[in-house]
Design a protein around this ligand. Structure first.
Ligand code: E4P
Length: 221
């Protein structure tokens, strides 16, 4: 499973890209609102930080034809390449837009997925990635992890090229469990990414190593 950062906060992204083996970033209107900047301001900053890694940008249009125009407009305005993914919610218009956007040579990420069948329909509509919302499912007494597992199985069963980008996490354990289900990717916020890569025992062990090495490591480097 690969990791993406589910944030548009430039300071968080700079910190993460400094050390974390990220494969890209995902955004949606809520994430852009949290970053507190207009899209025209934040897009160049995101492009600079993400470089050739994946950049998933959510379309806000509600009609299929407008989603296509929007996806094309971002691509043209910022000269985006193959690392750009137009995120399309799985509405009636969204499903209609997916093959149109693919036809225009733009990658598609189907988003706001809550059921196995929504994911399968999006895969059939040509989505490159499908993004099931794990924590939002768990929050309504459903089973996000199980939904992700079923989607992974179905995609394999029917030999589809679509991949699973699990989204919406509130705990490290949810991220771990989707990896055990075979999700190809997880998009995770800053706080959970920092938590999942660290452990107090690691810090303590490094402290002990440093104490033990004192005065003994005398080879220049
Ligand atoms: C991904 O791109 C989703 O939009 C995002 O993970 C949703 O997360 P949330 O449920 O924490 O808002």
């Amino acid at each position: 499973m690969i990791y993406l950062a589910d944030t548009a906060d430039i300071d968080e992204l700079k910190k993460l890209f400094y050390y974390f083996p990220l494969e890209g970033i995902t955004t949606n209107p809520t994430i852009i609102a949290q970053a507190g900047k207009k899209l025209s301001v934040i897009m160049p900053e995101l492009i600079e930080v993400v470089q050739d890694k994946m950049l998933h940008v959510q379309m806000i249009s509600s009609r299929a034809e407008d989603m296509l125009r929007e996806a094309k407009a971002y691509k043209a305005k910022y000269g985006l390449g193959d690392n750009y993914y137009a995120k399309i919610p799985v509405t009636e218009e969204g499903y209609k837009a997916m093959p149109m956007i693919k036809e225009a040579g733009i990658n598609v990420t189907a988003t706001a997925i809550f059921t196995q069948q929504q994911a399968l329909v999006a895969a059939r509509a040509g989505a490159d990635w499908v993004a099931p919302y794990v924590n939002r499912l768990d929050n309504i007494s459903s089973h996000g992890i199980e939904v992700v597992g079923n989607i992974v199985e179905n995609i394999e069963r029917f030999n589809l090229p679509t991949k699973v980008l699990a989204a919406s996490f509130k705990t490290v354990d949810q991220v771990h469990r989707v990896s055990m289900m075979g999700s190809q990717a997880a998009t995770v916020n800053f706080e959970i990414l920092e938590r999942l890569r660290s452990h107090p025992m690691t810090d303590m062990s490094v402290e002990w190593f440093e104490k033990d090495a004192d005065g003994l490591y005398d080879i220049d480097f």
